[in-house]
Design a protein around this ligand. Sequence first.
Ligand code: P61
Length: 458
Amino acid sequence: MKSPIEPFRIKVVEPVKLLDRAERNRMIREAGFNVFKLPAEAIFIDLLTDSGTSAMSDNQWAGMMTGDESYAGCRNFYHLKETVKDIFGFDFILPTHQGRAAENILFHTMAKKGDFIPSNIHFDTTRANIEFIGAVALDCVIDEGLDPELEHPFKGNMDPQKLEKVIEEHGKENIPLVALTITNNSGGGQPVSMQNIKEISQICKKHQLKLFIDAARFAENAYFIKLREEGYADKTIHAIVKEMFSYADGCWVSAKKDAMVNIGGFIALKDGDLFQKLQNLLILQEGFPTYGGLAGRDLEAVARGLRDVLHEDYLKYRIQHTAYLANLISEAGVPIVKPIGGHAVYIDAKKFLPHIPQSKFPGQALTVAMYREAGIRVVEIGSLMFAAKDPETGQWKYPELELVRLAIPRRVYTSSHLEYVAEAMVKIRDKKESLKGLKLVYEPPFLRHFTAEMEEID
Ligand code: P61
């Protein structure tokens, strides 16, 4: 595959440096084999996340200078509100400093201990926010979504029958909302079809349940709908997005992804009464409702980023860029999640490293190897992130998928950076039997992958 052409040119550059192998070995050991604990300056290519790592456009930077830093009623809030109304169709908006703050406000207001919240697959911050209040996060993705090799155009879809079963088993009075993550990050960045959003929405309506979309990567999802779903090839991204959200009662957005800002988020919704309730907690935890957790200049960058991302030439390049890396890795014989998702390439670590059992964190072993080999930072989305002890049996329960994610920051790395990453993967493939498992020496009570420390097992 030919490398895709970037529909932008570079105006500002940031030097990066590759430390030598001995230094990299020392750094990863000192970091307790946890890449979150590495200083970013020790990293050559950072594929830890596509969140908050985008390069903003000249238009966004220009907008930053128009920031109105008034405590109440700043003009950038009104610009963002109009933009959200135009793109998503929602009347009410609450700005937050990022996605998880939106989740915290939403679930603290809407859910209580003992409630159940179904989704296709909850992202880890969503799950943690739900569990923190004593509610239960349930994943209802279609079975195809759990098979890393199966080709299916919309592996992020929620299984309508699984949702109906959850409603029947737990009772609609114990389900404050149904969530849908688009694209489905923890399931490989896979999209959700329009048909599925519509069907889930109909089930919610039938049971008078609210449907909220976790919309961090809404534009990438819309582009997949345009490419893969019948009837959408000739529609604009704007029109597709509008239709997607017309089926929902609201959404929460980490603007650090598709809105292409370094910090920001919001909740948007239809219901004015619920908006009032959410606003109370917003004021307590984030700030006055017209700035939430953000400065006026940040609100402006979000408003402009939401428009930038709707450009089809950008989305075409974005999806091809991710596919370029995925194909190079796959052609090298490394198993990846298929079809290729929007924002990242996911390696199936369970299959790649069969000599390391999930109890010894094969995904993390590969993550450590990427840094050691080439100064590349990636993230494990597997047993380190998700394994949990069953409170009744005391047995460890491991996630179905043991993935390593190579997330691609937007508009940051060129195709030659991606070729370097693929070359490093080939070198690791050739010595994969020598990779060692890990054991935990420190773990916090939740979101443990951020601060856990490990040792290699000989
Ligand atoms: C990511 F290693 N995602 O994918 P916030 N919903 C969804 C997300 O993808 C998401 C949030 C809500 C990140 C950042 C991240 O363990 C990790 O703005 C679908 O990050 O608060 C975030 O949005 C939360 C990386 C988060 C991690 C947690 O890289």
